[in-house]
Design a protein around this ligand. Structure first.
Ligand code: ADP
Length: 319
């Protein structure tokens, strides 16, 4: 099988006055063609360092990677020709040129034949719903419009792989939704491109991605098919409660509550699983107190993809 992106032991260590910074450590992943891949991680986790290496903007300290079948170290030109790259809030558009003229300019820079430019630019403006503001100067564009124009620019040369750093960041809800739909249905679904995006939005990840990886402190914590990772029993919402003293019959009473699927009691410790991921902290809390229970500690059971994401977002992945 040929993969769109394949890495083996990819590593980047920065030197700093305080010692080495292990920005990306020993990352080994493989992403099939035509998939929407999401890299989730908090700030400083190593997401942009990883993208920059794959995009040949940064040389790895160790390890290797192939992008579209090309080696990032030895075939950098071929890699660059086959990818589009969008960093959020980073653009070099001209504020006093229209959206269309900006795209025309970058198309010419990329050696797209003159006779093809108009058609290609029109096609992309249409795809991103930017035809009506195409004649307005770029500096009048909203954040969402700027981001969309950025994506359109990255697609000018029709790359087979698109790297997007936080694609929906700063967008209003309808624009974010439109961009998700476009990525999923058009760019990946119809055109068969591979999209590699980073996000720290769990919703983005769940709505969009076929395959995901969670990264923290430069290391991949979990990697795999999103549906499989979410389908594990851990994707049910589960709570762990520690009581001061065991309360006879409490488990049976909690089990009768609506949306409670299962209660396991072991001495002072209760584990409560709710149906369909229902959130019911307050209901449980009330019932326990009403039955004379004294709660020592209380919290979600920490396992599964969502829990991992929560933990990683708090900057705590030591468990
Ligand atoms: P993310 O994109 O997930 O926010 P980054 O890849 O930007 O994470 O950063 C990963 C780590 O590497 C952070 O600790 C960051 O401070 C550090 N880092 C990033 N770029 C450099 C650099 N040019 N020099 C030194 N340290 C860097």
């Amino acid at each position: 099988m040929s993969f769109a992106i394949e890495t083996r032991g990819l590593t980047k260590t920065y030197a700093s006055a305080l010692g080495p910074i292990h920005a990306v450590q020993d990352v080994t992943i493989a992403i099939p063609r035509g998939e929407l891949f999401g890299l989730f991680g908090p700030n400083g986790a190593g997401k942009s360092t990883l993208i920059r290496m794959l995009a040949t903007l940064l040389a790895p300290t160790a390890g290797e990677a192939r992008v579209n079948g090309f080696d990032i170290a030895r075939q950098a030109d071929e890699v660059r020709a086959s990818i589009g790259l969008v960093f959020s809030n980073e653009h070099s558009f001209y504020g006093r040129l229209t959206g269309r003229k900006n795209l025309n300019f970058f198309a010419a820079l990329q050696n797209i034949p003159r006779r093809d430019i108009r058609r290609r630019v029109d096609e992309l403006l249409g795809m991103f719903d930017l035809l009506s503001p195409a004649g307005r100067m770029f500096h009048t564009y909203s954040t969402g419009m700027r981001q969309k124009l950025n994506m359109a620019r990255a697609l000018l040369h029709n790359p087979s792989i698109l790297f997007l750093d936080e694609p929906t960041k700063g967008m209003d809800l309808p624009t974010a939704e439109a961009v998700r739909k476009l990525l999923k249905e058009e760019i990946v679904g119809r055109q068969g491109k591979t999209v590699f995006l980073t996000t720290h939005d769990l919703y983005d990840m769940e709505q969009l991605c076929d395959r995901v990886a969670v990264i923290a402190q430069g290391q991949i914590q979990e990697f795999g098919d999103l549906r499989e990772l979410l389908a594990s029993p851990a994707s049910e919402r589960a709570y762990q409660v520690e009581l001061a003293e065991a309360v006879a019959g409490l488990a049976a009473r909690l089990e009768k509550l609506e949306n409670v699927k299962e209660v396991k009691a072991e001495g002072t410790r209760l584990e409560i699983v709710s149906n369909n991921g229902a959130r019911m902290d307050q209901v449980l809390w009330n019932e326990i107190i009403a039955n004379g229970g004294q709660i020592r500690s209380y919290g979600p059971r920490d396992d599964g993809l969502r829990a991992l994401v929560r933990r990683v977002s708090r900057g705590d992945n030591t468990e």
